[in-house]
Design a binder for this molecule. Structure first.
Ligand code: HEC
Length: 118
């Protein structure tokens, strides 16, 4: 008797956990970047220093070589997109990894630097 109710308890806990994970997935539908992160003012010189990792793929002159241009974006859009990759809301393994390694102030610095380029 005891055992049986224990089993039922365990099963209901497990079910509860599963539905929580599922709810978590659903939440990504209304992805949003914190206002504070969007307003972060990055240091463009630090961004330039970090940009070496990016310009191996993204053309610094803004031309398209199969990889989209990232120069001349407004800073908020840039920060937004980088957080979409970082939070894995936007699919793309390489960019998810690149963004995942960056701290919030590094993302802001890159946004500030690339915004100065045309
Ligand atoms: C190995 C190559 C590679 C590297 C290195 C790389 N990227 Fe990307 N990046 C891509 C590709 C490919 C895409 C397009 C992915 C997609 O379709 O979502 C992309 C997309 C982007 C976008 C969105 C562009 C758009 O038009 O939506 C931004 C912003 C971006 N990268 C920033 C960066 C930054 C900042 C770095 C350096 C920290 C970086 N990338 C490093 C290949 C790279």
């Amino acid at each position: 008797m005891m055992l049986k109710s224990l089993k039922i308890l365990l099963i209901s806990i497990l079910l509860g956990l599963c539905s929580e994970v599922y709810a978590g997935d659903e939440n990504t539908d209304d992805f949003a970047v914190d206002e504070e992160l969007l307003k972060l003012k990055g240091d463009p010189e630090y961004g330039e220093y970090l940009s070496g990792d990016c310009t191996a793929c993204h053309q610094i002159d803004g031309s398209y070589n199969g990889i989209p241009s990232i120069v001349g974006w407004d800073e908020e859009s840039f920060i937004w997109v980088m957080h979409e990759y970082k939070e894995k809301y936007r699919e793309h393994p390489v960019m998810q990894m690149m963004a995942g390694r960056l701290a919030n102030d590094e993302i802001a610095a890159l946004a500030a630097y690339f915004a100065t380029l045309e």
